[in-house]
Write a protein of this length. Structure first.
Length: 91
Protein backbone atom coordinates (compact mmCIF):
# COMPACT_ATOMS: atom_id res chain seq x y z
CA UNK A 1 0.00 0.00 0.00
CA UNK A 2 1.09 3.51 -0.50
CA UNK A 3 1.96 5.79 2.35
CA UNK A 4 -0.97 8.07 1.44
CA UNK A 5 -3.53 5.31 1.82
CA UNK A 6 -2.06 4.33 5.19
CA UNK A 7 -2.05 7.99 6.28
CA UNK A 8 -5.70 8.41 5.23
CA UNK A 9 -6.68 5.24 7.13
CA UNK A 10 -4.84 6.45 10.24
CA UNK A 11 -6.46 9.92 10.02
CA UNK A 12 -9.93 8.39 9.54
CA UNK A 13 -9.36 6.01 12.47
CA UNK A 14 -8.23 8.90 14.70
CA UNK A 15 -11.28 10.96 13.63
CA UNK A 16 -13.60 8.03 14.41
CA UNK A 17 -11.98 7.53 17.83
CA UNK A 18 -12.32 11.26 18.53
CA UNK A 19 -16.03 11.18 17.59
CA UNK A 20 -16.61 8.13 19.77
CA UNK A 21 -14.86 9.89 22.67
CA UNK A 22 -16.98 13.04 22.20
CA UNK A 23 -20.24 11.05 22.04
CA UNK A 24 -19.23 8.99 25.09
CA UNK A 25 -18.50 12.18 27.04
CA UNK A 26 -21.84 13.72 26.04
CA UNK A 27 -23.66 10.52 27.05
CA UNK A 28 -21.87 10.56 30.40
CA UNK A 29 -22.89 14.20 30.99
CA UNK A 30 -26.49 13.35 30.03
CA UNK A 31 -26.57 10.44 32.48
CA UNK A 32 -25.09 12.64 35.23
CA UNK A 33 -27.69 15.36 34.61
CA UNK A 34 -30.47 12.76 34.65
CA UNK A 35 -29.10 11.33 37.91
CA UNK A 36 -29.04 14.80 39.47
CA UNK A 37 -32.58 15.52 38.26
CA UNK A 38 -33.87 12.24 39.67
CA UNK A 39 -32.04 12.88 42.94
CA UNK A 40 -33.70 16.30 43.28
CA UNK A 41 -37.06 14.80 42.40
CA UNK A 42 -36.58 12.05 44.98
CA UNK A 43 -35.74 14.70 47.58
CA UNK A 44 -38.97 16.50 46.75
CA UNK A 45 -40.91 13.25 47.08
CA UNK A 46 -39.27 12.54 50.44
CA UNK A 47 -40.27 16.00 51.68
CA UNK A 48 -43.84 15.48 50.46
CA UNK A 49 -43.97 12.06 52.12
CA UNK A 50 -42.80 13.56 55.42
CA UNK A 51 -45.48 16.24 55.15
CA UNK A 52 -48.19 13.63 54.51
CA UNK A 53 -46.94 11.49 57.39
CA UNK A 54 -47.06 14.51 59.70
CA UNK A 55 -50.62 15.35 58.61
CA UNK A 56 -51.68 11.72 59.05
CA UNK A 57 -50.27 11.74 62.57
CA UNK A 58 -52.17 14.95 63.35
CA UNK A 59 -55.40 13.43 62.01
CA UNK A 60 -54.80 10.28 64.01
CA UNK A 61 -54.36 12.35 67.19
CA UNK A 62 -57.52 14.34 66.42
CA UNK A 63 -59.48 11.10 65.84
CA UNK A 64 -58.16 9.63 69.09
CA UNK A 65 -59.18 12.76 71.02
CA UNK A 66 -62.65 12.68 69.40
CA UNK A 67 -63.07 9.01 70.33
CA UNK A 68 -62.05 9.72 73.93
CA UNK A 69 -64.46 12.67 74.09
CA UNK A 70 -67.27 10.54 72.64
CA UNK A 71 -66.60 7.83 75.24
CA UNK A 72 -66.71 10.39 78.08
CA UNK A 73 -69.97 11.83 76.73
CA UNK A 74 -71.44 8.31 76.40
CA UNK A 75 -70.52 7.63 80.04
CA UNK A 76 -72.06 10.95 81.11
CA UNK A 77 -75.24 10.18 79.17
CA UNK A 78 -75.40 6.76 80.77
CA UNK A 79 -74.91 8.33 84.21
CA UNK A 80 -77.61 10.92 83.54
CA UNK A 81 -79.92 8.18 82.30
CA UNK A 82 -79.40 6.23 85.52
CA UNK A 83 -80.12 9.37 87.55
CA UNK A 84 -83.29 9.96 85.55
CA UNK A 85 -84.38 6.36 86.14
CA UNK A 86 -83.75 6.77 89.88
CA UNK A 87 -85.78 9.97 89.96
CA UNK A 88 -88.62 8.32 88.06
CA UNK A 89 -88.68 5.42 90.49
CA UNK A 90 -88.85 7.82 93.44
CA UNK A 91 -91.84 9.59 91.95
Amino acid sequence: MSIWVIAVIVVVAIAILALVAVFAQKAKKRRELERMRLSEQAGGHRHEEELHASKAQEHEETAREAAERAERERQMAEHHGEKADDLERKL
